[in-house]
Design a protein around this ligand. Structure first.
Ligand code: RNT
Ligand code: ZN
Length: 421
């Protein structure tokens, strides 16, 4: 099959419907998407031996998981090679690197503990995003952190948040690229609380205190992520959708909302929420995942809702306004494959959205030509996106879909299988 010839023909086809595939490819290459470091080791991190807490769970024990930063960095480097498009690396505070065994607790983290991450980013000309880690720590007291009624517990976690602002600032300064810093906690209750407002008021004040740490909002971009429930936290979540959205709206000059598409009731869709938020926020953030019946954090696929989210971003001209980050963790399959398939799927969704004649479809809607709109939308689904995808992969030096598994398999044989001795 002559892929170049197919691309040339497809390019002409898209030109005939007013789409410049060359411009699309060039644009997509420049859109940063954050690759989450935590897929590589099942959200374990380097700063504790305890279990994963906070209402999130990884399931599976596929061999070859990264056991230290050297292995995690090697795996990330492999994923970079296996995926097209611009990346940022998304780092969690629990991935602090303590050299010479000098441990620092989360309230005492410093930029120096993330120096190696900066080196990795610089080596690949990438930006870095950051996340304070409000889980997997003994001071998560009775399931609460920033909303705890215990002053000392709250103080510890506020100091953690402030330390993370300083580290985010260091990332932005070092890379020259703004750093998105996402605040998520699993704070909540398994069963029916007697006070729903008290924890939320404390949470509000705690986040406000974190954000009182000085920073330039053009460089450090704090977000607040909501959630509907977690495992063991089924009845009540402090940082609910209404809470975080209201918080972000009330602090627009220093903070923005983050929507994770695994964090809503199963029939709600983030694709519909994106244009709603765009009416009110110049900029916001997304965690892109795949919920299967719950916030299961399955690998992102090129499925209908993923495509729909990308369409809302692209057709509303928001590709440069939305900070896109992946957030899933599957421990039951090869982790390099999970990462690569997820990253590539989101790239496909963006490309697919960029190849849709949206203006024409909007016109059909506005002229109430809805029969024609349905027929057209179905026609578009079979347009030759694949030819443009293959060309994009070629220009990014990334393997074709048909070559991906062999690459992953080779890395598993050469590298991953030698771990776990
Ligand atoms: C958990 C949230 C959160 C985490 C990461 C590890 O439900 O989605 O974003 O996945 O912080
Ligand atoms: Zn998330």
């Amino acid at each position: 099959m002559d892929l170049s010839r197919r691309y040339e023909e497809t390019k002409e086809f898209y030109k005939s419907i007013g789409i410049d595939t060359e411009a699309v490819i060039e644009k997509l290459k420049t859109v940063p998407v954050a690759l989450h470091c935590w897929q590589g080791d099942d959200v374990t991190g380097f700063d504790h031996d305890g279990p994963l807490t906070g209402g999130i769970q990884t399931t599976g024990n596929y061999p070859g998981k990264a056991r230290n930063y050297e292995e995690l960095f090697a795996d990330i480097q492999k994923v970079i090679d296996l995926t097209p498009g611009m990346k940022k690396i998304n780092v969690h505070a629990s991935y602090a690197i303590f050299e010479d065994g000098k441990f620092a607790d989360r309230d005492a983290l410093k930029p120096e503990h993330f120096k190696k991450w900066v080196e990795l980013a610089k080596k690949n000309n990438m930006g870095l995003d950051f996340n304070p880690t409000y889980f997997s720590h003994p001071l998560v007291k009775d399931g609460l952190t920033l909303s705890s009624p215990d002053d000392e517990v709250r103080r510890f976690w506020i100091e953690h948040g402030k330390a993370c602002i300083r580290i985010s600032n260091y990332f932005a300064e070092e890379t020259g690229i703004p750093c998105v810093m996402n605040i998520w906690t699993g704070d909540g209750f398994k069963d029916i609380p007697a006070d729903r407002m008290g924890p939320r008021k404390r949470y509000k004040e705690s986040i406000e205190e974190i954000l009182s740490e000085p920073y330039d909002f053009n460089k450090v971009k704090p977000c607040v992520e909501s959630k509907v429930f977690g495992i063991g936290v089924e009845s009540y979540t402090v940082g609910s959708a209404e809470f975080t959205l209201s918080f972000a709206a009330a602090h627009k000059d220093k903070c923005m909302p983050l929507m994770d598409n695994g964090h809503y009731h199963p029939t709600e869709v983030v694709s519909d929420k994106i244009p709603a938020l765009l009416c009110f926020f110049d900029e916001f953030a997304l965690h892109i995942t795949r919920p299967v019946r719950w916030d299961s954090d399955h690998v992102v696929l090129f499925d209908d809702e993923t495509k729909e989210m990308a369409k809302e971003i692209v057709r509303n001209g928001a590709i440069d306004k939305i900070n896109m980050a992946l957030d899933f963790f599957d421990a039951s399959i090869n982790r390099i494959s999970a990462w690569s398939v997820g990253f590539r799927s989101w790239q496909k969704a963006l490309l697919n959205a960029m190849l849709i004649p949206s203006e024409e479809l909007k016109r059909l809607q506005d002229e109430n030509r809805l029969t024609e709109l349905m027929v057209k939308q179905e026609e578009i689904k079979f347009y030759p996106v694949e030819d443009v995808w293959n060309e994009y992969l070629k220009r990014c030096n990334a393997p074709l879909d048909s070559e991906l598994f062999a690459e992953i398999d080779k890395y598993e044989r050469d590298v991953l299988s030698k771990r776990n001795a």
